[in-house]
Design a protein around this ligand. Structure first.
Ligand SMILES: Cc1cc2nc3c(=O)[nH]c(=O)nc-3n(C[C@H](O)[C@H](O)[C@H](O)COP(=O)(O)O)c2cc1C
Length: 211
């Protein structure tokens, strides 16, 4: 593994912010190259512990996770089989795969905040992972039907996202297209396109204040 390249990659990928943010947030990104290094069981469990302590509407805690390490051959292969080919190509080098699921129906009524709550829980997991030197890549590209069938997910739950988790690896292990994405700086819309004041679409005056 080329350590210099990985150090440079952290510099390239770090968020270029207009205002300071916590390093754990600025240093998080979604890599595709994973190192051949397993995640310690205690670290892995800390990720789910972090998710468990997320906020949720009415403390409904609608989230569930299916997890497999590469050592759990059958479950890992079953999760890998759910992935779209474009994701499986790189994500199956990750030592851990996770399927994140949320409750969608409760007491015969649609459970409207499930997706939001799951998103918060996954972000807790991701921030905890970053603090442990791990990387997480979320993936919407997978077959929900295949996941539902294989893992017997009940009808009142929905598979939402899969996560590839591990340690940052060498971009040289990737296809040419993914390698160039791996080493490109990250892009974001400017704050003025998402923080509004008097009217929708008009940047908040906070953004043009002098101090
Ligand atoms: C819900 C969700 C679904 C995503 N699905 C995929 C995916 O299927 N394949 C992929 O390579 N990246 C996927 N991503 C990663 C995004 O492309 C990535 O987060 C985005 O480009 C911003 O880059 P960053 O996470 O490095 O800041 C997904 C991210 C999220 C949050």
């Amino acid at each position: 593994m080329n350590t210099d390249l990985i150090i440079d990659l952290h510099a390239i990928k770090r968020a270029r912010t207009d205002f300071p943010i916590h390093p754990l947030l600025g240093e998080r990104w979604s890599p595709r190259a994973f190192a051949d290094r397993q995640v310690e069981r205690a670290d892995l469990l800390s990720l789910f512990e972090a998710a468990r302590w997320s906020a949720s509407g009415g403390n409904g805690q609608p989230w569930s996770f299916v997890v497999a390490t590469q050592a759990e051959h059958e479950a890992y292969a079953a999760l890998a089989d759910c992935l779209a080919a474009s994701n499986a190509e790189w994500a199956t080098r990750a030592p851990v795969l996770v399927l994140a699921v949320t409750l969608t129906v409760r007491k015969d009524q649609p459970y409207r905040v499930g997706l939001f709550d799951l998103g918060l829980a996954v972000q807790n997991l991701v921030v905890q992972a970053t603090s442990l030197g791990l990387v997480v890549h979320p993936m919407g590209g997978f077959s929900k039907e295949a996941a539902r069938d294989r893992f017997k997910i009940p009808a009142d739950h929905e598979p939402v996202v899969m996560l590839a988790i591990g340690y940052l690896g060498d971009p040289a292990t990737l296809s040419e297209q993914n390698r160039s994405r791996e080493v490109a700086p990250r892009q974001r819309k400017p704050l003025g396109e998402l923080v509004f004041g008097e009217l929708w679409g008009q940047p908040s005056p906070l953004l043009s204040a002098d101090d």
